[in-house]
Design a protein around this ligand. Structure first.
Ligand code: CTP
Ligand code: CA
Length: 227
């Protein structure tokens, strides 16, 4: 396809993207989080807008910004906040991409006042958060639902298992141990796998180029589904 044709590839489509980490607080000063920078999710939002989509970007606390006025940004903090916001926008969305690195655990107890240091250690009990993506998969009606999988071993096998378990239409598998891939940098390398187990390696390149390629593959798979 030519560049010109790509321009309106997603016009009329409502795209919902989640990005960044979540923060799970234990007291007013301290929280648990992870290394997600939000760059991959923001790149997806910007490239989707360039392809003509109407974009809502739900993001955890990040330092990246977007100048694109077409993107509706909604800031959230915890996994529970992200759950609520994603479900609010889900029914009216056509394409949903969960690029966020959601915390799997949060402190079971949160303290309203700062915990003062004591002579001994501090044992924090953790409980599971809800799996947002899995709940979206269970409630799927017409949406094309895509997730990410961050893996360090057997990426394709573990990644495809997540697609099946969460009722996804595609999964973008991130081998975070690979050179030039993963959380902090401006580049990534991923494998896109759809529900018919068609696999496409998107080799090392900028997160923006990866994002565009992912969106064009999603657009292709949505057209195939209609035929
Ligand atoms: N995800 C989510 N809610 C959670 C945890 C994960 O929506 N509480 C989503 C992520 O946004 C991502 C996908 O699930 O799109 C896979 O996340 P990942 O951490 O790779 O897998 P998990 O299912 O959490 O399994 P594990 O961390 O044990 O590998
Ligand atoms: Ca996880």
């Amino acid at each position: 396809k030519t560049h010109q044709n790509n321009r309106a590839e997603l016009s009329g489509k409502k795209v919902l993207i989640s990005a960044g980490p979540t923060q799970e607080k234990v007291d007013p000063i301290r929280f648990f989080t992870n290394h997600s920078s939000g760059k991959m999710g923001f790149a997806l939002a910007e490239e989707a807008a360039k392809l003509g989509a109407e974009v809502t970007l739900v993001t955890g606390p990040v330092s990246v910004e977007t100048q694109n006025k077409q993107i509706k940004r909604v800031d959230v903090v915890s996994a529970a906040d992200m759950y609520e916001t994603m479900h609010k926008h889900y029914p009216s969305s056509d394409i949903v991409i969960k690029a966020a690195a959601v915390a799997d655990y949060r402190p079971k107890q949160t303290f309203s006042e700062k915990m003062k240091k004591q002579s001994g250690g501090w044992r924090v009990e953790m409980e599971r958060t809800q799996d947002i993506l899995q709940s979206l998969g269970e409630q799927k009606t017409h949406q094309f639902l895509a997730g990410f999988a961050a893996e360090t071993t057997n990426p394709i096998e573990y990644g495809f298992n997540k697609l099946k378990k969460k009722n996804l239409d595609a999964i973008i598998i991130n081998d975070v141990a690979a050179e030039g891939a993963g959380f902090a940098g401006d580049t990534n390398a991923v494998t896109y796998v759809n529900k018919t187990e068609e696999t496409k390696d998107i080799t090392l390149r900028s997160k923006h180029d990866i994002a565009k390629e992912i969106l064009l593959l999603i657009s292709r798979d949505m057209k195939d589904d209609m035929n």
